[in-house]
Design a protein around this ligand. Structure first.
Ligand code: 3H9
Length: 693
């Protein structure tokens, strides 16, 4: 089938892009658009043109796979097509169903009008790939919505639903049948004449205020966390409002070239494709063939259980929550209501959505209430006996086909499954807190978990908009197993001479959402003391656990909830505290450690390289299937900066030989558990990447 097909409705040519699955604008599709437009423009029987795509996508933008190859710049380039459309002597109307993203929306912005289906989503998400709109998006969007709003939309990189795009002035009309409505509009425009092309419109930027824009800039860049694209987007929007359009387009093109050849784009492109690859598990049935999950039970109405219930209800799936007592259920329900109410107050969901979701969530203390559910997720606290007891009961009350999942973050799935008569239907479904916000779902496969059970969880993950990653069954699975090394090293650094401010500054400067010590303060240190005691007893003989946490807790510094931990707190504001320094210095002295200035680079390497090393061991053991899966876990569940590609990608960028050398040094200091992974050493010696393992 040709990449663009043409039909005619009276004197209107309807050109349909046809490059499944999402009409990415690769060379073939661009060539097809160029050819069909030329024919339609030269055809005297045609008075106007409608450009459309499939139900799923008008277009998802430039073909990301082409970046860095000659194909990306082969004519006709996107900008060539846009000039042709914008300068056409016949009106062109875009009819948008599904998504119009990036270059796809840029193409639509060069049309003379845009009609969108009510379910369409329009946006310029290039920032998520470390890029900016490079085909006129930063120049045209401000001309429709104003400078600051345009910068906000492009920097957020979040597509707008059709109604919001219409309200903002990006879509001219909303119609159930956008092609039919676009044909009608194109017919009218053919008679009335074309509206002024977007690029020539001045009204929204005529009163552009340089000072106001500069004053807004820090707010616009607040969430950048070291990403380069947002600041360049702001520069381009500024140029769009202060320079003639052709100059602004050239400025944008240069900025795009700079980003598309940079390391952040390489990292983010890796993250994009790794997330998609993580969904594909060899030997597991296609999600489309998986048994449908129409109702869900949740055991436990605490923070986690409540969050998970919201996730399913948001996707329109009825949820039954079980807890031991009516008052626990009532408390859980209040928490869910408060969460929804906050979203309504913030304007992120409409009241009807809250009402609909709450209607789908019911609670009971009676396990018999789970008789008809297809999936039950246990979300009680981490205690094997309790979990086994629950799974035994679930085995009795649920249908034999029902899947039984545990939200455990570290316990043995096989041991949990052994309490049932259906271990093939038992699986780990590890959500991250807050479950209704965090995108990651670690799916843990027990020895007997069947491929069909895994497939069903991967299928439901897509429906509830989570990013699933398959993990093997071991202590801490993929993410928490690695995390131990990161937090342990943060503490060793303190004993040796670093301050909490330095450790967190380096981690946050690296791009972590929050430094490891501030994170500890947030979660509270009192709860971890008991677990640390157990770990201390079971630790290998050549290891010593740092003692900073114990000393702080002894001094009543358990974290934010007590107003002090590593830091002192005024509200949520953390303030360095000399008392912490004194406690740490005393500890170093008691251990006979001579404190020294530790360079920031050493802090960075010692925090992040052990993650790479442990990730490599997980690959060796088959706990993770691919390095990209580990990156997906860390970017979506642990606040690892996406623009660094995840720990494994980053490790490869800095050099696996360097990571191995750091692991060698840390093993001497901390114990053999820290020794370099053999797989990593082999790859480093052979100069190979993870993909060539
Ligand atoms: C850009 O436009 C630059 C311009 O400003 C300037 C140029 C000069 N390219 O996600 P899915 C693949 S930058 C290539 O599973 P969904 C994807 O890999 C671009 N491939 O489905 C997958 O392949 P596979 C700006 C792409 O329904 C398949 O399509 N645009 C592209 O969950 C299905 O995708 C963006 O950043 C692409 N652009 O979500 C949009 N897009 O089957 C990026 C998708 O082999 N895309 N594929 O695994 C998305 O956000 C989502 O894919 C989308 C569909 C919402 C479209």
């Amino acid at each position: 089938m040709p990449s663009v097909t043409r039909t005619t409705e009276g004197k209107i040519a309807v050109l349909t892009m046809n490059a499944p699955p999402v009409n990415a604008l690769g060379t073939d599709l661009r060539a097809g658009i160029g050819e069909e437009f030329a024919l339609a423009l030269n055809d005297p029987e045609i008075s106007a043109i409608v450009l459309t795509g499939s139900d799923r996508a008008f277009s998802a933008g430039a073909d990301v796979r082409e970046f860095g190859t000659d194909k990306a710049v082969a004519e006709p380039r996107l900008k060539t097509l846009e000039s042709m459309i914008e300068g056409a002597n016949k009106p062109v109307v875009a009819a948008i169903s599904g998504v119009a993203l990036g270059g796809g929306l840029e193409l639509a912005l060069s049309c003379h009008a845009r009609v969108a289906a009510p379910t369409a989503r329009l946006g310029l998400p290039e920032v998520n790939l470390g890029l900016l709109p490079g085909a006129g998006g930063t120049v045209r969007l401000p001309r429709l919505v104003g400078a600051i709003r345009a910068a906000e939309i492009i920097i957020a990189g979040k597509p707008l639903p059709a109604a919001a795009a219409h309200e903002a002035g990006i879509a001219d009309e909303i119609a159930e049948d956008p092609v039919a409505a676009a044909v009608t509009l194109a017919t009218e425009l053919a008679i009335k004449g074309k509206p002024t092309p977007v690029i020539e419109r001045e009204d929204k930027i005529a009163d552009f205020d340089t000072d106001a824009f500069e004053a807004a800039r820090p707010g616009l860049l607040k969430k950048s966390r070291g990403a380069l694209a947002p600041a360049r987007i702001a520069d381009c929007v500024f140029a769009a409002c202060t320079r003639p359009p052709q100059e602004a387009l050239a400025f944008e093109e240069e900025a795009f070239k700079e980003l598309v050849t940079g390391s952040q784009h390489r990292a983010l492109k890796h993250v994009f494709f790794a997330e998609r690859q993580a969904r594909k598990v060899p030997g597991v049935p296609d999600p489309k063939e998986a048994a449908e999950i129409a109702s869900v039970g949740i055991i436990g109405s605490g923070l986690m259980g409540g969050g998970i219930a919201m996730v399913f209800a948001n996707a329109g799936i009825p949820v039954t929550i079980i807890d031991v007592a009516e008052d626990s259920l009532a408390k859980g329900r209040r928490m869910i209501e408060t969460n929804y109410q906050r979203s309504v107050d913030r304007g992120s969901i409409p009241q009807e959505k809250m009402d609909r979701s709450l209607y789908l969530i019911t609670g009971t203390t009676d396990y018999e209430g789970l008789g008809e559910t297809d999936l039950v997720i246990e979300a009680v606290f981490e205690n094997m006996e309790l979990k086994q007891d629950i799974f035994g009961r679930l085995d009795q009350v649920t249908r034999p086909e029902a899947i039984l999942a545990s939200n455990t973050s570290s316990l043995d799935i096989d041991q949990i499954a052994s309490a049932t008569s259906r271990p093939e239907k038992v699986i780990g479904a590890h959500f991250f807190s807050p479950a209704n916000v965090m995108k990651l779902l670690e799916v843990v496969k027990g020895t007997k978990t069947s491929p069909e059970t895994i497939g069903a969880i991967f299928a439901i993950a897509q429906r509830i908009a989570k990013v699933p990653v398959l993990a093997g069954n071991c202590d801490g699975f993929i993410g928490n197993r690695m995390l131990q090394y990161y937090t342990a090293e943060a503490e060793y650094l303190l004993e040796e001479g670093a301050t909490p401010e330095q450790v967190d500054r380096v981690a946050e400067g690296f791009g972590m959402a929050m430094g490891p010590l501030a994170m500890r303060d947030l979660s509270g240190m009192d709860t971890s003391i008991r677990i640390r005691e157990i770990r201390r007893k079971t630790m290998p003989a050549d290891e010593r656990m740092a003692e900073v946490v114990e000393r702080l807790v002894e001094a009543g510094r358990i974290g934010q909830k007590s107003g002090k931990g590593y830091y002192r707190y005024e509200g949520r504001k953390r303030i360095p505290d000399p008392e912490t320094t004194r406690i740490i210095e005393e500890l170093s002295a008691s251990l006979g450690i001579e404190r020294r200035e530790i360079p920031d680079e050493e802090v960075r390497d010692r925090l992040f390289m052990p993650l790479v090393n442990e990730g490599a061991k997980e690959l060796e053991e088959g706990i993770a299937l691919r390095a990209g899966d580990i990156d997906t876990v860390w970017v979506n569940g642990y606040g690892f900066p996406a623009h660094r590609g995840g720990p494994m990608f980053w490790g490869q960028e800095v050099g696996l030989d360097r990571v191995a050398a750091t692991a060698e040094r840390l093993a001497e200091k901390n114990g053999q558990r820290w020794a370099p992974s053999q797989l990593m050493v082999r790859l480093a010696t052979e100069g190979k990447s993870w993909d060539q393992a």
